[in-house]
Design a binder for this molecule. Structure first.
Ligand code: F3S
Length: 429
């Protein structure tokens, strides 16, 4: 693999041990994937922020890499002087395991909170911005088309590649951090134009009326094509209009969860769709006549609901406004969490939408989500969600039975404590 003089210097330790460690990670991955060179990255999105997922070993790994003064004073660092890593491109954090300010209201234990705060301090000391969101593109970090990135949360990766036309593989948490420290990643996978072409054509013939339908579609397609690149033709779905931002977010998040789809194209909608299918190419085709099976698989036989989660991926302002309107004059029986970024939460507060949701007994939490928060320790058992990704991960990650449907069905379940919705509009048109 070709390395520039500066890259060789970093690898040889000329810029210090922290940079050398990062460069070793970046180069090792690039060699595994047979990259010919490294590419500069415009930004990095660092997953592996939740202490639930990191545990003590992950926390100590970060503290060893970070500046020496931020380590826990009671723990002897494995390197007495620390390593003092700093990022050299804009880098921002994925959600943490709790709302960093209102964790007690979530039912988080103090010991978990202490360890979570150490994780955030470690990353912050390296210059990683504590955005704590999987939607950095909603909070001022939207990449430009054609920019190379090192992002790691799968829904963010999908959105950056597919909707914004940026170039990123799905990095692991440490490799995204390493890329941020050296400002580079390996030129392989989706950094190469030739790997961004469609592998499958998906012909959708059923109605797609809301985020849940897009999530169900994404769940089903991800399961079928795994790490392929789908080219969606929505022509027969009855849609006249471009899918809304929240619908694209739901589609990508679900495909990245049930499969490993990091890039999709939608005919006439996404920026690279026009070049996604080479002239004359005969790609495997997948027909979607309805979403019945997808809805069935994402729903447990469950009537009583004790937890309702909205905000996977993190809620947009529009999502929060809609939930506030649905709750006016109502009170919830089940616990309702609307999860979002701190930035979006602050704007929603200014509009009064957070106060309206909380007047009805719901909570709008920032920095976290149900998948990365320790909800099983909080004691929830039966969840309703409008997110196919959350419904997919709920049982395995959080020990939750689940119901999956529209935002309206989920808010109704929060109010009554019961799931009475149908399983979405899965009827063929
Ligand atoms: Fe985001 Fe958490 Fe869902 S990181 S995509 S809200 S699982």
């Amino acid at each position: 693999m070709r390395l520039t003089a500066q890259e060789r210097q970093m690898l040889g330790g000329g810029e210090g041990a922290a940079v050398q460690k990062a460069m070793r990670i970046v180069v090792a991955l690039a060699e595994i994937y047979e990259a010919q060179e490294l590419v500069p990255v415009a930004s990095a999105q660092v997953a592996g922020v939740s202490y639930k997922n990191l545990g003590d070993a992950g926390l100590e790994f970060l503290e060893d890499w970070a500046a020496p003064q931020i380590g826990c004073p009671t723990r002897r660092p494995s390197r007495p002087d620390g390593e003092g890593a700093r990022v050299r491109v804009p880098a921002f954090m994925n959600p943490a395991g709790m709302d960093l300010e209102r964790w007690q209201e979530m039912g988080i234990q103090p010991e978990f909170a202490r360890q979570q705060q150490r994780v955030v301090r470690s990353l912050s000391s390296m210059g990683v911005v504590p955005t704590c969101t999987c939607t950095p593109y909603l909070v001022g970090y939207a990449p430009r088309a054609g920019e190379h990135l090192a992002w790691s949360e799968s829904s963010a990766v999908s959105y950056a590649n597919s909707v914004l036309g940026a170039y990123t593989n799905r990095e692991g948490g440490p490799s995204a951090l390493a890329a941020a420290i050296v400002g580079r990643t390996g030129a392989y996978g989706l950094h190469l134009t030739r790997n961004r072409q469609a592998t499958h054509v998906v012909k959708v013939a059923c109605g797609l009326n809301n985020e849940a339908d897009f999530g169900a579609l994404g769940y089903w397609v991800g399961k079928q094509i795994m790490d392929g690149v789908p080219f969606f033709q929505l022509g027969q779905s009855g849609r006249q209009s471009r899918p809304r931002q929240e619908q694209l977010m739901a589609l990508g998040a679900a495909m990245a969860a049930s499969g490993a789809v990091a890039l999709y194209h939608i005919e006439g909608v996404t920026p690279e769709a026009g070049q996604a299918v080479p002239d004359g190419a005969k790609l495997p085709a997948l027909a979607i006549p309805d979403l019945t099976e997808a809805y069935c698989e994402l729903n447990s036989a469950l009537d009583e609901v004790d937890f309702v989660s909205i905000g996977c991926p993190h809620s947009t302002l529009g999502d929060i406004e809609r939930v506030a309107a649905m709750l006016d004059g109502k009170q919830v029986r089940a616990t309702l969490w609307v999860t979002t970024s701190r930035h979006v939460c602050a704007v929603a507060q200014k509009h009064g939408w957070v106060a309206r949701i909380e007047a009805a007994g719901g909570k709008v939490f920032a920095d976290t989500c149900l998948v990365v928060a320790p909800v099983e320790e909080i004691g929830f058992r039966a969840m309703a969600t409008n997110s196919a990704k959350a419904a997919f991960y709920g049982p395995a990650h959080s020990g939750l039975q689940r119901r999956f449907g529209t935002t309206e069905q989920c808010v109704a379940a929060a109010i009554t404590g019961r799931w009475t919705g149908t399983t979405g509009d899965a009827s063929p048109k």
